[in-house]
Design a protein around this ligand. Structure first.
Ligand SMILES: [Zn+2]
Length: 178
């Protein structure tokens, strides 16, 4: 089974998508704008003018409202090399990342980066996908791997073929003896 078909991955991805939708809906409601309206799309454009003022889920929610003028994908989700999507994807990186109570510092940053890979995996290599997607469910549970552990995973990922990487379901699939 490919990782993208496995419930561990699909459940985590759905959880992320739901949280982005909820953050956007709540931001629209707070701004007095109805969801899915022309005003909501204008609000999305405003958010993207300076993403450092907003939570990353609001920024991702804003991108969801807009269509790329060049490739027709959801803005920021087109293949790498689409100039408008590359620029919009970069907007994600300035957004605010606030850790939930009780998680290790940096957990929210890791969730943000991993979810960008999982949500627009067409933009990333099989190695990058494995490196981030395998960890996403654990990150959502509040875990953050230590640097040494992350480096060990990266080392093991580099030894696999692209096809093998797409069939990895959990980090422990990389370390069968652990
Ligand atoms: Zn595009």
């Amino acid at each position: 089974m490919r990782r993208v078909e496995h419930p561990r991955f699909t459940t985590a991805l759905a959880q992320i998508e739901d949280s982005i939708d909820a953050a956007w809906d709540s931001f629209c409601a707070g701004s007095g704008v109805g969801r899915g309206t022309a005003e909501a799309r204008e609000l999305a454009e405003v958010v993207l003018q300076d993403t450092s003022e907003f939570d990353w889920r609001v920024v991702d929610g804003a991108l969801n409202q807009l269509t790329c003028p060049d490739c027709g994908s959801t803005l920021g989700a087109g293949d790498e090399g689409c100039a408008s999507c590359d620029r919009a994807n970069g907007f994600r990186f300035a957004a605010q990342e606030t850790d939930r109570p009780g998680v290790p510092p940096g957990n929210e940053h890791a969730i943000r980066v991993s979810s960008a890979v999982a949500r627009t995996r067409n933009r990333y290599t099989p190695r990058a996908r494995a490196g981030y997607e395998l960890l996403l469910p654990d990150l959502l549970s509040g875990v953050l791997p230590a640097t040494a552990q992350a480096q060990r995973l990266k080392h093991l990922i580099n030894q696999r073929t692209d096809d093998e990487l797409e069939h990895l379901l959990t980090p422990s699939d990389l370390q069968p003896d652990a």
